[in-house]
Ligand binder design. Structure first.
Ligand code: G1P
Ligand code: ZN
Length: 543
């Protein structure tokens, strides 16, 4: 029986971003909250009648209950077919792949990415379009308009769907296919990479630790690394997805993946270390004794991708977000291919990938991916590293050092000032913006400003313009500082200061990163008046 529930509208005025709607779990659990958002999605895309959607999430608290609600609403809205990961699990890249593989009308992905999970933590829901990528702003704006005028939603009253049983079942007139969340993704990875070579690498005694952080990539990494590629049992740790991720932040960086970092810096380090986030789209890679920054990882992967079968004909171009270091530009230049600088956020890569202008893209925030899906992909990046190691027969650290001696090194670090008063952060940015024109030629802490501007992006594919994407200050000696306010924080404002210092070929590449960046940091702090404005002398997090 389908019922139309006339609801008070608890989500009125709540604006989804391109990573969907992210809120406290208890907010999503309020009566009609999830329902109103799902109905807004269906209405915003011109209705759901006769359509096919992929549905799955990262397994956090409320994942399964939310999926039951979505399925009962889907049938009531006339959806013809849904493809659902068993037990409601699908990593974000695997969901993106299923959307594309099955030529569906899109997908609903339940995740708050790297944010903690649990009844008192975070939950999220986003819609991806038929190309497999996050809904563009035109679609999220349409959802927002719906949230403002929605009066009712449709739902079928029915018993719960058996999410644990693989195979086809029916809910009213809707067909539901419960699928193994890993199989199709694994087949895609097998096409892209030389699994025989990687298998031989593990057989030769190569050791690795993959920390799944009790999040969604556990089953993927266990099946692929230990199952298919023969890595020893125990290679994948924290492999069982938990609703609260074991109480941690499933965020793969040196701060939250500390136990992996500690191991990799110790005498007991395996040959290679890696981790992924809550929904499997971010990655961290660590060589024995050396942390590999995401910016360097992007550059190394771009330089070596042609060694993997899926990229043997070369890359069309490389794209990076503006605050990501220039390391990948140097690779693109050498390869004679296009390089693109986009605003922060994965959505800006979609057009370049769809248009065949870029093959590989990445962000300094631990996101790397290619045109195989339309999301960043944590395990993909790790497998491309393994493929490179297997082909070159060098350790990850040797590959990195070789890269630096070929291209020079871009020392890089991001400093986050978290939960600062929103008006103080906005004031800092405003003051900076107003003095940009006066900065060139002036010196601060021994660094002379060469150029200072605010980044605007002109999308070469659709001609759209995105303004106010961060302040860039470039110094004479190949250093750069970027200031940006985070768009994803939940408490006050987060100011991100991105620091970069290029050390050309033949210079010292083995300095401590923070020491190498000290003078550009001092200059950035002086120019922005950061200490006085924010009342902070040190950042909360340095990655
Ligand atoms: C952060 C990252 C950005 C990433 C986004 C979503 O956004 O910096 O690169 O695309 O999360 O994962 P921010 O908080 O900086 O706006
Ligand atoms: Zn994520």
């Amino acid at each position: 029986m389908t019922i139309d529930v006339v609801s008070t509208n608890p989500i009125e005025g709540q604006k989804p971003g391109t990573s969907g709607l992210r809120k406290k779990t208890r907010v999503f659990m309020e009566p009609n909250y999830l329902e109103n958002f799902v109905q807004s999605i269906f209405n915003a895309i011109g209705g759901a009648e006769g359509k096919t959607f992929v549905v799955g999430g990262d397994g956090r608290y409320f994942n399964k209950q939310a999926i039951q609600t979505i399925l009962k609403m889907a049938v009531a809205n006339g959806v013809a077919r849904t493809i659902v990961g068993r037990n409601g699990l699908l990593s974000t890249p695997a969901a993106s792949h299923l959307i594309r593989l099955n030529n569906t009308d899109g997908g609903l992905i339940l995740s708050a990415s790297h944010n903690p999970g649990g009844v008192d933590e975070d939950f999220g829901l986003k819609f991806n379009t038929p190309n497999g990528g996050p809904a563009p702003e035109s679609v999220t704006d349409a959802m927002f308009e719906q949230t403002k005028k929605l009066q009712s939603y449709s739902i079928m009253s029915a018993p719960d769907v058996a999410l644990e049983t693989i195979g086809r079942q029916a809910l009213g007139a809707m067909q539901i296919d419960i699928v193994d969340p890993v199989l199709d993704y694994q087949a895609l990875m097998q096409q892209l990479f030389d699994f025989d070579k990687i298998r031989a690498l593990f057989a030769s005694g190569f050791t690795m630790r993959f920390d799944a952080m009790h999040a969604v990539t556990g089953p993927y990494a266990s099946a692929i690394l230990e199952g298919e590629l023969g890595a020893p049992d125990g290679t994948v740790v924290n492999s069982v997805p938990l609703e609260d991720f074991g109480g941690g932040h499933p965020d793969p960086n040196p701060v939250w993946a500390k136990s992996l970092m500690d191991l990799m810096m110790s005498d007991a380090a395996p040959d290679f270390g890696a981790a992924s986030d809550g929904d499997g789209d971010r990655n961290m890679v660590v060589a024995r004794g050396v942390y590999i920054t995401p910016s360097d990882s992007l550059a190394v992967l771009a330089a070596n991708a042609h060694l993997a079968p899926g990229y043997k004909s070369g890359l069309k171009g490389v794209a990076r977000s503006m605050p990501t270091s220039a390391a990948s530009d140097r690779v693109a230049e050498k390869l004679g291919i296009g390089s693109y600088e986009t605003p922060t956020g994965w959505k800006f890569f979609g057009n370049l990938l769809d248009a065949g202008m870029a093959t590989i893209c990445g962000e300094e925030s631990a996101g790397t991916g290619s045109d195989h899906v339309r999301e960043k992909d944590g395990l993909w990046a790790i497998l491309l590293w393994l493929n490179t190691i297997a082909e070159r027969q060098l350790s990850a650290a040797e590959i990195l050092h070789d890269h630096w001696s070929t291209y020079g090194r871009d020392y890089y670090s991001r400093h986050d000032y978290e939960a600062v008063p929103a008006d103080a952060a906005a004031g800092l940015m405003k003051a900076l913006q107003s003095k940009l024109a006066d900065l060139p030629g002036k010196s601060f802490a021994g660094q002379t400003v060469k150029q200072a501007d605010e980044f605007s992006y002109h999308d070469p594919v659709d001609g759209s313009v995105s303004e106010n994407q961060g302040v860039r200050i470039v110094f004479e000696n190949a250093a750069r500082a970027v200031f940006r306010l985070s768009g994803t924080g939940t408490e006050g404002a987060t100011l991100r200061l991105y620091l970069e210092q290029y050390a050309p070929r033949g210079t010292d590449h083995l300095k401590d990163t923070q020491i190498a960046l000290q003078s550009v940091k001092d200059a950035a702090v002086e120019i922005s008046g950061l200490e006085a404005r924010l009342g902070r002398t040190e950042p909360d997090v340095m990655t």
